[in-house]
Write a protein that binds this ligand. Sequence first.
Ligand SMILES: [Zn+2]
Length: 159
Amino acid sequence: MNLKVVFKKSKNFDVKSNRIIKYIIIHYTGMKNQAVAIQRLQSQVAKVSCHYLISKKGKIYQLVKDHNIAWHAGKSKWEEDVNLNSKSIGIELVNNGKEIFPKNQIRALLKLLTALKKKYNINSKYVLGHEDISPIRKKDPGPKFPWTKLNKLNLSKKR
Ligand SMILES: [Zn+2]
């Protein structure tokens, strides 16, 4: 992947040498700022993580390698699949849950999605939000997330 990615270590994952990546799940961090969000994604008490985190300026961080299982989705379901962590890549967008997603952040996300979809041959209909797969518990990435933009580029098939 010829995207610039900065590594930040998180121990919150299950080791896996090969797995089928069927889904990409999009989240917002829902924390007051990026530092607090990264701290949480690295905390061995919180036990949560993601594969990628994208800053508001569009910088891409990787916390867990693609082939390992990051702990981002929790209890979740889509079609016949349950607990989607094992089959997915999780992407967190730095956003407190009420903010507009900045242009540079979305631009970086579109690039990352394009690269990941190609690399793992992921169907656009399996690019989903956390709110889709855990609708009772989760609201992210929320109504401000630009699904129409993703749809237009055939990166998702939602709404
Ligand atoms: Zn989430």
